[in-house]
Ligand binder design. Structure first.
Ligand SMILES: [Zn+2]
Length: 71
């Protein structure tokens, strides 16, 4: 799946959302056409994904680096 800036004047695909889409997802046949979302919905989705998928992504890389420097 690839995300691009939506060049066409399409409405956001989120149910009940009437904003113009800003981003489009190329789904390569997974869904028949591209999925398009506005900036608000993308932010909401991103917040949702980041909470679910990477709960401590910010902390851990720095901790590892410090340990390596000391050794
Ligand atoms: Zn939207």
């Amino acid at each position: 799946m690839r995300m691009e800036i939506c060049k066409n004047q399409l409405k956001c695909d989120f149910y009940g959302c009437k904003n113009l889409a800003k981003y489009s997802f190329s789904t390569k046949g997974f869904v028949r056409r591209e999925l398009v979302f506005c900036e608000d919905c993308m932010k909401k989705m991103y917040e949702c994904f980041s909470k679910t998928l990477v709960p401590k992504a910010v902390d851990s890389p720095f901790k590892n680096k410090r340990k390596k420097e000391r050794v």
